[in-house]
Ligand binder design. Structure first.
Ligand code: PHE
Length: 349
């Protein structure tokens, strides 16, 4: 019978060694000390023990019970202590930085551009993304079927056309805000910066179907090309840096006369086109193209109910994604990354 006691003790010690969690320990407790546990099993065998040895036997079972109880309590303490250590927090350590969001880079660029023109007294507008053909084309001296419209590939919206204004489109440029602003403000002087979304059906490494433009429009008496050049130069120096030069290159737009393309000197080669006697890889010529500009065509002024004999004006339209990448000196192979939502790209700015 005493060998039973020794046997249970031995097994218990073996089992206890394998225990690693409180849950397992609770089960072990039941298995040995529970009502139907091993210890009680041994105790029940007391009836087979000769009477005179029963007292001793009872005491031995009690010792065993006491031993098991103690061992389990001890083990419980060890497990809890270990758990505590694993969950220990050192309150004196500096915290981990909390991830914080930011605005999209195009939003930052829009803010900066608006501020630059606000300093010159331009009024910030945001004309329509969904437009009538009239404001995107006819009002800009591009009558129906005029080939110049081909330069502005356009999304048409499946909607009944307007009696006067024609089909509904996603505006392909911010110039559609020109005549709207002339009509809204009724009378010069007009100084507007229209910043809005524009759309053209292109999707490749250098085009996204939705992009942004900012359009300057200035109309008053005696406004000339010098004012245009001065304003763009002010923008270029404020946005890109004080050392920048701009130039106007003759071009053609239906809605301006004369028309220009505007270039700004490249920052990498300082406008020389060369880096250590090699052709500058970024601009190849010393100049980077900003966008289109020109003196507002008399027909466009007339559409805006402004007398071209009394007033003159200029306009320009530049792409925001484009100027942003130029400012950063970014030479990304694929402009679509701007809209991919890839946080690893976006969080750099
Ligand atoms: N709207 C023209 C474009 O998107 C740019 C432009 C604006 C040209 C204003 C002249 C005057 O290409």
């Amino acid at each position: 019978m005493n060998s039973d006691i020794a046997h249970v003790k031995q097994n218990f010690e073996k089992d206890l060694k394998k225990i690693t969690s409180i849950e397992e320990l609770n089960l072990l407790n039941i298995a040995y000390l529970g009502r139907k546990g091993r210890v009680n099993e041994v105790l029940l065998s007391i009836k087979d023990v000769p009477k005179e040895k029963r007292k001793i036997f009872g005491e031995s079972v009690n010792t065993l019970k006491f031993f098991i109880q103690k061992s389990i309590d001890l083990k419980r303490g060890i497990i809890l202590q270990k758990k505590d250590r694993e969950h220990y927090i050192d309150p004196t350590l500096p915290g981990l930085p909390y991830p914080h969001g930011s605005l999209h880079i195009v939003t930052y660029a829009i803010e900066e551009i608006s501020q630059i023109f606000e300093r010159l007294g331009f009024i910030r507008m945001s004309y329509r993304e969904v437009e009538w053909e009239y404001f995107s084309f006819e009002s800009l001296n591009m009558p129906k079927d005029h080939p110049a419209r081909d330069d502005f590939e356009t999304f048409f919206i499946d909607f009944p056309p307007h009696k006067e204004y024609g089909k509904m489109v996603l505006t392909p440029h911010t110039s559609s805000g020109q005549v709207r602003e002339m009509i809204r403000s009724k009378k010069p002087p007009i100084k507007m910066i229209n910043i809005a979304k524009t759309y053209r059906p292109n999707w490749d490494a250098t085009h996204v179907p939705m992009f942004h433009q900012f359009e300057g429009l200035c109309i008053d008496s005696g406004i000339n090309i010098t004012n245009l050049k001065g304003t763009i130069e002010y923008f270029a120096r404020s946005f890109f840096g004080n050392n920048r030069e701009i130039r106007l290159r003759p071009f053609h737009f239906q809605f301006t006369e004369p028309s220009f393309e505007v270039d700004v000197t490249c920052d990498i080669c300082q406008g020389t086109g060369k880096v250590k006697n090699l052709k500058c890889k970024v601009c190849k010529s010393g100049w980077l193209e900003l966008g289109g500009a020109g003196m507002v065509h008399p027909n466009v002024l007339r559409e805006g109910r402004i007398d071209p004999k009394k007033y003159s004006g200029w306009a320009f339209g530049f792409g925001i994604e484009r100027v942003f990448m130029m400012k950063q000196g970014l030479n990304v192979d694929d402009i679509r990354i701007l809209y991919s939502g890839d946080i690893r790209f976006l969080e750099q700015f």
